[in-house]
Design a protein around this ligand. Structure first.
Ligand code: PLP
Length: 443
């Protein structure tokens, strides 16, 4: 529970728990910037003492995660297992968002200098978080924008080809379709399995598809339909041997996986931090590898597009909602306090527990690989004789569990998708399994 010691009993109105009262105060923005900062300090103190208690334990047990869950703001009874669309914010992120907007409200002149300076602080934090240089980080507004910045910014025309997987998100398909309509490039789909059985199945499919005309491989790192984590490192190597650029759509990757840009080797990498990182909507990441920057034009131009020698030139967007970006920095701090590697391990533990249980239920068809190299925190499956919608509705009505339908009948990908982030418990994963088993037994 956040900062209980900050509120004396006499300050809490009758009928409110401390937790509910703090939330009401925050929700009404009644707290001063100083008080919001103090609330954040209390959250970090509580996380620090949790970390002390669990020491260097790389995989702490449920009590640790139950305590972390307390710092997320969604309703107590809600079991959030759809991070893929928009995930919840931890309390410090919301507090920082409110206090930064409060500075803008109460002292608008600070927007000229103070807030944009903090943007650079966030860029440094993001760079550290993904093992990149701040000069390679573009702070966008979402993955869609990042994908479009790349498609628009590359000099491609008739005779040039872009190849992409058959399971791309509309935000990954349409920027290239637009380029095809406008500039005459060719766009080719490469079928990938549901799920692929091995890394080689994916890499060999792309190797076979590459032609002398291929200039770009555009592929989801985190495939929204199937939960596949695509082998970006291997595909980047294949691409670079042939002077092809690789664009990875990792809308779900930030905050789910312990990302390392140097390791992955993609030229362009986009993500939406409001899915798994706990940032507010309205901020995104586009990473542009140093070596690829000269091949990309800015899409939006204001001061700096022609003079800045870093990836900042792709971000001359005029006045920004800096409060959102500052809150993004807070989301990085929050996860940093828990540990990126520890988060990824927990996400995988939960997903593996889910997959193991699902595989034992008659009629379940897994759309996600069980191989940890080819999967992460998104698990997709279908159930013979049961509509995807029925699974979603049943779990919501019976357990208040939020998951989503995904894919399409025509493509043979229709199913449901479950996200297992750190605020989900093994008990709650068991509820999903119990619900699916019930539906399977009554199909
Ligand atoms: C793989 C993938 N790419 C792109 C997007 C679009 O993300 P955004 O709406 O944040 O731009 C999504 C959204 O869920 C997605 O799953």
């Amino acid at each position: 529970m956040i900062a209980p010691e900050q509120l004396g009993q006499e300050m809490i109105p009758r009928g409110y728990s401390r937790r509910a009262f703090v939330r009401t105060l925050i929700a009404s923005s009644a707290l001063s910037v100083v008080a919001l900062n103090k609330l954040n300090a209390a959250v970090y103190e509580s996380l620090a003492s949790l970390n002390d208690e669990y020491g260097q334990d790389p995989s702490p047990d449920g009590a640790y995660w139950d305590a972390v869950r307390e710092h997320y703001m969604f309703e107590d009874e809600l079991i959030m297992m759809n991070n893929g669309t928009v995930g919840p914010m931890p309390e410090p992120v919301f507090n920082t968002l409110v206090s930064a907007f409060k500075v803008q409200c109460t002292s608008p002149c600070d927007v000229y200098g103070f807030l944009p300076r903090r943007r650079e602080e966030v860029r440094r934090k993001m760079a550290g978080f993904i093992n990149a240089s701040p000069d390679e980080v573009v702070l966008t507004r979402n993955t869609t924008e990042g994908m479009n910045f790349v498609a628009n910014g590359l000099d491609l025309g008739p005779g040039d080809e872009v190849i992409m997987s058959s399971m791309e998100h509309p935000a990954g398909i349409n920027p290239w379709r637009l380029k095809a309509a406008r500039n005459g490039i060719t766009v080719t789909d490469v079928p990938i399995g549901l799920p692929p059985q091995s890394v080689e199945e994916v890499t060999e499919a792309f190797e076979r598809a590459i032609t002398p005309q291929t200039k770009v491989i555009s592929i989801s790192h985190t495939v929204f339909i199937s939960g596949l984590i695509a082998p970006i490192k291997e595909l980047s190597e294949i691409a670079h041997q042939r002077d092809i650029l690789l664009l990875a759509d990792s809308a779900h990757g930030l905050g789910m996986l312990n990302l390392d840009m140097k390791e992955l080797g993609a030229d362009f990498f986009t993500s939406s931090p409001y899915k798994w990182l706990g940032a507010p909507t309205g901020c995104g990441l586009l990473y542009v590898r140093q070596e690829a920057q000269d091949r990309l034009w800015p899409t939006i131009a204001s001061s700096g597009w022609d003079s800045d020698t870093t990836a900042r030139r792709f971000e001359t967007l005029g006045q920004r909602a800096d409060a959102i970006l500052i809150a993004l920095g807070e989301a990085i701090d929050f996860q940093g306090m828990i540990g990126k590697d520890r988060i990824e391990r927990r996400v995988r533990t939960l997903a593996s527990h889910l997959k193991t249980g699902l595989e034992e239920i008659r009629g379940v068809r897994m759309h996600t690989s069980h191989d940890p190299y080819l999967s992460g925190g998104l698990t997709a499956f279908s159930l013979e004789g049961v509509e995807a919608e029925r699974i979603v509705n049943y779990l919501r009505e019976k357990y208040n569990i939020v998951i989503r339908t995904i894919g399409s009948e025509e493509a043979g990908t229709r199913g449901v998708r479950v996200s297992t982030h750190i605020f989900v418990s093994l008990r709650e994963v068991d509820m999903v399994l119990e619900g699916v088993k019930y539906l399977a037994d009554h199909a």
